[in-house]
Design a protein around this ligand. Structure first.
Ligand SMILES: [Zn+2]
Ligand SMILES: [Zn+2]
Length: 339
C-alpha cells in the first residue's frame, strides 16, 4: 500500500489575529502549499489538513492529497481554545490516518504544526496528553507567533518550540519557506526509506528562533484588551484594541479593525471585564472615522461616536434608546478579552 505523510496545520484564528496577521497567515499557508507542490517527494506522499481554533476548533479542510489541496479562507473568531484544537486533531488522526497492522505498514507518523499567538482560554493539559497518546504518535511542533505567546505552554506541547516574535509578511514567508524545506526533506527520507530527519535539523531563518523548556522567558509581554463595538452609522462591527502600559498601568488605544459580518458578538462578551477608566484614547471607527465611542447603558454595547455628537442626543443603533452623552465613563466595567 502507498504510505502517506499526513500533515496537520493547526491555526489560531483568535481575535488577536485581526487585521494584517490573519492575511499574512493566509498568504503564508498558500506559499507553503505552492512550494511543496514543486517537491516531487512531497507530491508523492503528502496529505494536508487544516484545523483552526478560536472559541471552538473546526476542521476547515480534512486530510487531502497535496495536489488537490487549496487553503480555504481564514477568518477571525473570539477565544483561544487550544484544548479543543488538540482534541480535534486526535479525533482526526484516529479517523484519517492508516495504522500499522501485523501484516502491513500504515501511513507515516503524522506531523502536527500548531501555530498560536496567545494564551489558551480553555483546559489543554488533558487534551494534550490524549493527543500524545494517539496511535500513531504524531510529531508535534508548536510555533509561537507574536509577543504575547506563553512559551511555558508551548514547550509542554513540543519539547522545542519555534518562536516568531514579530509577525510580519517577511517572517511568516520565511517560516513557511523553512517549513516547506524541512517537511520536504522529511518526506524525501521517508519515501526513500532513509533514516528519519528531525524537522528541526533544517536551520531556521533570521528572526525565528527555538525555545527550549530550559530557556522559557520568565517575563511575559504585556497583554492587550480586545473590545467589540458597532458603528452607529453603518451598524457594522469592529474590534477595538488597547495595549497595556506597565508604567502607567493603563491600556492605551492601539488600533481598530473591521470584524467579519458573521463574527459571533455574544461569544466575544464571555470574557473578563475591564474597568473603563483604565482605557486611554480611542482608536477611530474603521467605517465612518468617528473619533470616539460610548457605552450604551441599556444594551451594554459600545457604539462609535463623532466628536461633534458629544452633548447631543444620540440614538443607539442596536436598542434604539436615546441618550445624551457627555464625558466620564469611570466605574463602568466593559466585557472584553484580555489576551
Ligand atoms: Zn462608525
Ligand atoms: Zn443600546
Amino acid at each position: 500500500m502507498h504510505r502517506r505523510l499526513p500533515v496537520y496545520l493547526v491555526l489560531d484564528i483568535s481575535e488577536s489575529m485581526i487585521g494584517e496577521p490573519i492575511t499574512i497567515l493566509q498568504n503564508g499557508v498558500a506559499h507553503l502549499i505552492k512550494t511543496l507542490k514543486k517537491n516531487p517527494y512531497a507530491l508523492e506522499s503528502m496529505f494536508v489538513s487544516i484545523i483552526t481554533f478560536a472559541s471552538k476548533a473546526t476542521v476547515i479542510s480534512p486530510l487531502t492529497e497535496l495536489t488537490q489541496f487549496t487553503c480555504p479562507p481564514l477568518s477571525v473568531r473570539p477565544g483561544t481554545s487550544l484544548g479543543a484544537a488538540l482534541s480535534l486533531v486526535k479525533k482526526q488522526i484516529e479517523k484519517e490516518v492508516v495504522k500499522n497492522t501485523p501484516t502491513s505498514k500504515g501511513d507515516f507518523k503524522p506531523l502536527v504544526f500548531i501555530l498560536t499567538d496567545g494564551e489558551p482560554t480553555d483546559n489543554w493539559k488533558e487534551p494534550l496528553a490524549g493527543l500524545q497518546g494517539t496511535k500513531p504518535v504524531p510529531n508535534i511542533i508548536a510555533v509561537g507567533c507574536g509577543e504575547e505567546v506563553d512559551f511555558g505552554v508551548l514547550v509542554q506541547i513540543s519539547e522545542t518550540a519555534i518562536n516568531i516574535s514579530d509577525i510580519t509578511e517577511d517572517t511568516i514567508y520565511k517560516f513557511f519557506t523553512w517549513m516547506s524545506t524541512s517537511v520536504g526533506r522529511h518526506s524525501e527520507a521517508l519515501t526513500e526509506n532513509k533514516p528519519e530527519i528531525s524537522l528541526l535539523k533544517t536551520k531556521l531563518p533570521g528572526g525565528i528562533s527555538l525555545v527550549k523548556a530550559s530557556d522559557v522567558p520568565k517575563k511575559k509581554a504585556p497583554p492587550k484588551v480586545f473590545l467589540t463595538a458597532t458603528c452607529s452609522r453603518t451598524k457594522k462591527k469592529y474590534a477595538l484594541i488597547y495595549r497595556y502600559q506597565p508604567v502607567t498601568e493603563m491600556y492605551l488605544a492601539f488600533r481598530a479593525y473591521p470584524l467579519p459580518e458573521d463574527f459571533p458578538m455574544d461569544e466575544a462578551f464571555k470574557a473578563p471585564s475591564v474597568e473603563m477608566s483604565k482605557l486611554v484614547g480611542t482608536p477611530h471607527c474603521p467605517f465612518c472615522g468617528a473619533e470616539l465611542w460610548y457605552h450604551c447603558g441599556v444594551c451594554d454595547n459600545l457604539i462609535c461616536l463623532k466628536l461633534d455628537e458629544l452633548d447631543k442626543s444620540v440614538t443607539c443603533p442596536i436598542c434604539q434608546n436615546s441618550s445624551k452623552l457627555g464625558g466620564g465613563g469611570s466605574g463602568i466595567n466593559l466585557k472584553g478579552t484580555i489576551g
